[in-house]
Design a protein around this ligand. Structure first.
Ligand code: SAM
Length: 393
């Protein structure tokens, strides 16, 4: 029997209802979910009762008792770390219970080849430095989060269970694999047990639904304290892939969190803080900070001339300070005069894109995803420049 068929049988025994869909291997996306028959909009496709989640309640007591309990305001042990520890320390008897799920989740090789946090140390520093601004910032934060969780596992959990860390199966790399599995497969869900915890802690794993790939739109996901459901957002033809939206994320975020960088993404945007801030004197930065306009300068397909924050910041370069203060105070539209400054800054950014692309072209397979990302950015900047230049004629 195929691993997917076994998963579906197993899921049925867990009370999970699956209707009109089936898992399928999809080139470049691992496993995904396709329609096994024609589907109508609003048909319920997956029903997962709370009892079949892997959540705080299913983390084995010996693990929960050894670690500080999760607490509001990100105090205590993150649920992420608890779920990852539960998978990391699974004994064969437990694994047996979840064997059909383990048989279909990505292997270590799959996970490590896609996710930046798992880049081999030799490449990590170099590629990290070549990431676009927001991807770099996000990866730095993610790394800090992982290191903190690993410290808790190594220094508190493993000693409490009398397991020696850094040995084979209990190594940091092995924890990283399970931590990334959790990171890429959890869903947001809230119960009375988790309502006081931070948003990041309201996470659960749910077999079958976690096989849905992401797109910038897709099926409807809904939950209440008793279950999680996925319904068709439109009619589907048999064989079509179904997606859900993991969130309105940019490609920089998707690349770091999930290890892929789609060509089509209506939520994509690019942060150009490095080039905008290079333009500013210390005094100008202070002024921007004082008005709450320091950083987060974005461009996207809909705003070729930059977001409001970008335009406000660059306005400092083309109007007198008193006029700038007045326009900001009154929330007035930024004058078209700023377009000239935006063009100059975007040309500088485009030059930088091309330099990084040149470096990444020599990097080989390890840098492929980052290269693809920079090429997307290059296209976006070129398009923005074209539109600004046409607009100024
Ligand atoms: C929740 S899982 C989805 C199921 C997954 N494809 C699998 O094989 O188990 C999330 C992972 O699927 C992959 N993925 C999801 N959406 C994708 C997409 N649009 N393009 C490429 N990979 C995608 C990424 O590896 C991501 O980390």
């Amino acid at each position: 029997m195929e691993a997917y068929d076994e998963l579906l049988h197993w899921a049925q025994d867990q009370g999970i209802e699956v209707h009109g869909i089936k898992p399928k291997r999809i080139p470049g996306r691992g496993i995904g979910i396709v329609a096994s028959k024609d589907l109508k909009a609003n048909e319920r496709l997956i029903y997962v009762p709370t009892s079949s989640f892997r959540a705080l309640t299913t983390v084995r007591p010996k693990i929960r008792n050894a670690l500080p309990p999760p607490a509001p305001k990100n105090k205590g042990t993150p649920i992420h770390a608890l779920l990852a520890a539960d998978l990391f320390l699974e004994r064969p008897s437990v694994t047996k219970k979840y064997a059909p799920w383990h048989a279909v989740v990505p292997t270590r090789e799959d996970v490590f080849s896609n996710l930046p946090l798992a880049w081999p140390s030799l490449n990590y520093e170099k590629l990290h430095a070549l990431l676009p601004f927001n991807a770099r910032a996000h990866l730095t934060k993610q790394k800090a989060k992982f290191e903190k969780d690993w410290q808790l596992i190594r220094d508190v959990l493993l000693p409490a269970l009398e397991i020696s860390p850094n040995k084979g199966r209990y190594s940091k790399q092995d924890f990283l694999y399970h931590w990334l599995l959790v990171n890429t497969r959890t869903f947001y869900h809230e119960t009375s047990m988790t309502e006081k915890l931070s948003k990041d802690d309201k996470m659960i794993l749910q077999p079958v639904a976690d096989l849905l790939n992401h797109s910038d739109g897709g099926c409807e996901a809904a939950f209440d304290p008793s279950c999680f459901t996925i319904s068709a957002d439109r009619d589907y033809k048999q064989g079509e892939e179904l997606y859900i939206c993991y969130g309105k994320h940019s490609n920089d975020f998707l690349m770091v969190e999930y290890g892929f960088c789609p060509e089509k993404n209506r939520w994509d945007e690019v942060c150009i803080d490095d080039v905008v801030l290079e333009e500013m004197t210390e005094q100008e930065k202070e002024r921007l900070d004082g008005r709450g306009f320091l950083g987060e300068y974005m461009i996207d397909e809909r705003t070729p001339g930059g977001c409001y924050r970008t335009r406000v910041a660059l306005m400092l370069k083309c109007v007198r300070v008193e006029e700038w203060e007045r326009l900001v105070e009154e929330g007035e539209e930024v004058p078209r005069l700023v377009d000239g400054v935006v063009v100059r800054v975007l040309r500088k950014y485009l030059k930088r894109c091309k330099e990084v692309i040149g470096e990444l072209e020599d990097f080989g397979a390890a840098g492929e995803m980052v290269l693809r990302r920079w090429r997307q950015i290059e296209r976006l900047v070129e398009k923005s420049l074209e539109q600004l230049e046409v607009g100024s004629r």
